[in-house]
Design a protein around this ligand. Sequence first.
Ligand SMILES: Cc1ncc(COP(=O)(O)O)c(C=O)c1O
Length: 406
Amino acid sequence: MAIISFSNMTAKRLKSMSGSAIRNLLKQAGKKNFIALSGGYPDPACFPVSIIEELRRKIKTKYGNDIFQYGKTEGLTDLLDILPSFLKRSNRRVVATPDTIAITCGSQQALTIIALMFINPGDLIAVESPTYLGALQAFNAFQPRYVEILTDKDGMIPGSLENIIKKYPAIKFIYAIPTFQNPTGRVIPLRRRIEIAKIIVKYNKLLVEDDPYSEVRYEGDHLPSICSLAPANTIHLFTFSKTLVPDVRVGGMVASEEIKNTAVLIKQGLDLFTSNYNQALVSEYLRGDYLEGHLKKIIKIYRPRKTCMFESIKKYFPDIFEVTNSQGGMFVWVSQLTDAKKYKLNIEELVEKTLAKNVGFVPGFPFYANQKNALFSMRLNFTNQSEESIEKGIEIIGSAIHKLLK
Ligand SMILES: Cc1ncc(COP(=O)(O)O)c(C=O)c1O
């Protein structure tokens, strides 16, 4: 059969979409004895399988076969009713009612819905530098222009945000991950959160607060979300990918009723509704008070892995990097100190050298909206490897860096 290509007919928007550098790297991760420090994956050994079995029995008794019917686009009523108490926990302090929540297929779908709602080609949106690659992918399909907000070890710098808003008053929204950011693992401290909240209120700007990680805190006290400080100016995203299992694909947004209703309209056209069964799993998970116990369990496993990664980097990497000692989440970010720029390092060369030794990490540049601003940097995940593998992996990357420096 002749092969016909339709590539000359595809939409212009495809030009601004590129595959994820991470997904490409993850293809390697299935290899035997491969130490993957690349993905943002929880450890499957941490999946609460016996809890899920219990939840399944509860769903069968409570809903019978009705659960397999088409569902409401807004979300399953039982889940919408229990979510306000989850959102009120001290790591978010978000005030919501069932009418201000829209359920989505993971928070990733919420990002696409927000992009569909707000971005016309050429529109300006402001993002942290660096930011979550998956958000850039979701937004890119709608051809925005990006303005990058400067960050330091405490995340987004409020002064930079204010300057950007003054310089580009037309920006449609600001996208931020204030707690245990992907890729840097950084947390915006309370004082900055208050400043950021004041700025978005003062200039009447919309901030999309993406928060998949705040429940997973290893050290320090929980901080209020920006949504709790400036609710009318924020769309707040949540997900159960990290606190139950990613496969459940249940996340959502808290927003004004107006934005929520528009999100529901958009979601109708995308996929009608999120799996009722999976929403019932989350609803019963929250109703049965399983969350607290599960969090304790995973925090106990992940905390020493984070410490091991941080200590190993200090031990095996040359002294020319800044490293985040993340208080939660899944990532450690390593970036070359500006006063160590005389050491010319090529990140692609490093990726190749470590892949050849069966270790994977993600280079930092895809996380920058404007990649020319990228520093020599890497994102390292510590949740899905044992401490022994983490130390070995970091030793291998460290030794490859030392060789490149020679
Ligand atoms: C910052 C951030 N936002 C959104 C997502 C998407 O997660 P999900 O669609 O599984 O909720 C991720 C995934 O790792 C993430 O790190």
